[in-house]
Ligand binder design. Structure first.
Ligand SMILES: [Zn+2]
Length: 617
């Protein structure tokens, strides 16, 4: 997506395509292309959609090229050019959203015209109202907050420390006093000052959402899921209830291990976990403290993928080729020659670039690229499979009309590559010649492998859910401006079972100290992606006839799986997501059940460890 800056922090990546849904805040200044007449007709609506697709597609290619040049060659000039082209694109998106809102209520529209009008109408993340000055005000507020976040600093040992360094230090430090200092300073310095601006931004964008016919911005965001906004919220609650027992078991076990390491004065045996002890500024993923929770004996799985890659002489390009080979083994055609010519696979030595991993579809056909600063290690090997998932999705739907060139919903796009990455099992590493058969960990090491996965993927679930629960409440007014902090702490306690290391009050704004809040990036997609990747993975393993424990399955080299996967991917966004889900999995329901099955051996093990210990908080 154009100009769609996604966190450089902790979460995977952004997929860049020429999607109309890319627009962020939108200065609604330019003249609408063809606004509806006073008595619009169905034929006019059809023509309007056709014109919108043509214009947005053409504009999108230019904008994507501009964004690419900017991201891979940062100078004042490319910044200015990219900002200008981005503003033009958002202008266009606003015009078409407003027009679409008027046509969308016409009786007798065809399925496709109705669907495309809804996509146009709901494509903006933060719509500005049309009254004079509002879009400029909104744009100023969001730029100010994003830039304050980007420049934000905490302290460590009393000295200033920037965002990426403090994030790394939160993962490495095992000193509770230092962790507390970093946590408090970051939240106080970055979050609290933007509290007033956030309230203003909320009010203005809500006004814009109402002009487009939505109750508020939260309802606009929830409208992108082919169901009523309230029904979608209920669906996320249902999924949470499916995975909650697994999370609670992990929480109980992690609390016990933290208590054993730090003692009662730092982490009590009961109640919530102190959030700065979990190896991550937001306690969103806990993999960084795996060393604290690793079980004796089974904790060390006996190999490190990064070391294997280095030992076999892999360089970044060879790693990407290996990623491509997985998709080829499923029957997907090889990546185009231009992918290898145009991608940024390693960090250029001579200029500033955005290293944050992303996948691009510049011309909306087959000008696919990834942008990474790849290092030869296990994390980047997984990231490559993730990014390529976006690229193969983009190419699979390249014959769809412009407005359908997108994931079935935003969770799908993020889930595809992760589904493939779940197949990077020890036996897969043997098949591709990286691991010796003799070194394949015995089944008694499975708990270590699963626990390491769960510390990131399971620990994330309540966090992935509550970010937008908080925002939905803020946008709807259920959470008043005077209650931002209290509501945030309450949700963190209710879902994650964590507490801040010191008491907070309403002069604070800890939500603002998480990138996606000031940057206004909807977050539920990440929750959905975590759940969907296991659903897709289980479906693939079932199709491959896998009979063993789910987490040991790899569907590498299975053409039948590839054919079915392609059938779902090639639909793009042309049909409601349950249709797409059904094509690949046979089910129309997003569900956490496959995730629960994947981690079932771990859950059984955790239950034994947790026996006699208080559960919950
Ligand atoms: Zn991604």
């Amino acid at each position: 997506m154009i100009r769609f800056t996604v966190s450089t922090i902790a979460l995977a990546c952004a997929a860049f395509g020429v999607s109309a849904a890319a627009a962020q805040t939108a200065p609604a200044t330019a003249k609408p292309a063809a606004q509806p007449s006073s008595k619009p007709t169905v034929a006019e609506a059809d023509a309007y959609v056709a014109e919108a697709e043509k214009t947005l597609a053409a504009d999108g290619v230019d904008a994507a090229r501009m964004a690419w040049v900017n991201a891979t060659y940062i100078t004042d000039d490319t910044d200015a050019l990219a900002a200008k082209s981005g503003a033009k694109s958002t202008d266009l998106a606003v015009q078409y959203a407003l027009g679409a809102a008027k046509y969308a209520t016409l009786p007798g529209l065809s399925f496709d015209t109705q669907r495309k009008l809804n996509l146009l109408r709901g494509g903006l993340t933060l719509p500005a109202p049309t009254r004079a000055g509002a879009s400029e005000e909104l744009s100023t507020l969001t730029t100010k907050m994003s830039s304050a976040y980007g420049k934000g600093k905490g302290t460590l040992d009393g000295k200033p420390i920037n965002g990426s360094d403090i994030e790394a230090a939160m993962g490495e430090s095992r000193d509770p006093a230092k962790l507390k200092e970093m946590w408090i300073s970051w939240n106080d310095n970055v979050g609290a000052p933007m509290r007033g601006d956030y309230a203003k931004m909320t009010a203005i964008s809500n006004e814009g959402a109402r002009e487009l016919g939505y109750k508020d911005v939260g309802a606009l965001w929830r409208s992108g899921y082919d169901m009523k906004p309230d029904a979608f919220a209920a669906l996320t609650d249902k999924i949470w209830l499916e995975v909650e027992p697994l999370y609670k078991a992990l929480h109980t076990y992690a609390r016990w291990k933290l208590n054993a390491k730090y003692g009662d004065a730092v982490q009590s045996k009961t109640g919530p976990i102190r959030s700065d002890l979990l190896g991550n500024m937001w306690a969103q993923e806990w993999g960084n403290i795996y060393d604290i929770v690793a079980p004796a004996g089974a904790g060390d799985v006996g190999y490190d993928t990064g070391e294997l890659l280095k030992a076999k002489g892999y360089d970044p390009v060879k790693m990407v080729k290996q990623g491509e080979a997985f998709y080829s083994s499923l029957g997907f055609p090889a990546l185009p020659g231009t992918f290898w010519e145009r991608s940024q696979i390693v960090k250029p030595a001579d200029r500033e670039v955005i290293c944050h991993a992303s996948a691009w579809d510049v011309d909306n056909v087959d000008d696919l690229r990834i942008k990474m600063c790849t290092k030869v290690n296990a994390d980047d090997f997984v990231t490559i499979h993730h990014e390529l998932g976006h690229n193969y999705y983009q190419r699979a739907y390249n014959k769809q009309p412009f407005l359908y060139k997108n994931g079935a919903n935003d969770g799908f796009h993020e889930a595809i590559g992760d589904t493939v990455a779940l197949s990077i099992t020890p036996n897969y590493l043997v098949k591709i010649g990286l691991l010796d058969q003799a070194k394949v960990p015995s089944p008694d090491k499975d708990i270590g492998l699963l626990l390491r996965q769960a510390m990131d993927k399971v620990a994330f679930l309540p966090f992935g859910l509550l970010i937008d629960k908080w925002r939905w409440g803020v946008f709807s007014g259920e959470i008043p401006t005077t209650g931002y902090q209290g509501a945030w702490d309450k949700l963190r306690l209710q879902y994650q079972g964590i507490v801040p290391p010191v008491a907070r009050d309403e002069t604070k704004f800890d939500a603002g100290a998480k990138y996606h809040i000031p940057a206004a990036v909807p977050y539920t997609r990440y929750f959905l992606a975590r759940v969907l990747q296991f659903q897709f993975y289980k479906a693939a393993c079932d199709q491959a006839g896998w009979k063993g424990p789910l987490h040991r399955c790899s569907f590498f080299d299975n053409k039948a799986v590839g054919t079915k996967l392609n059938a779902m991917l090639s639909m793009g966004q042309s049909k409601p997501w349950p249709d797409a889900l059904q094509v690949f999995t046979g089910s129309r329901e997003m569900s956490g059940k496959a995730l629960v099955e994947y981690f079932a051996p771990l859950k059984a093990w955790l239950d034994v460890q947790n026996k006699g210990k208080p559960q919950g908080w």
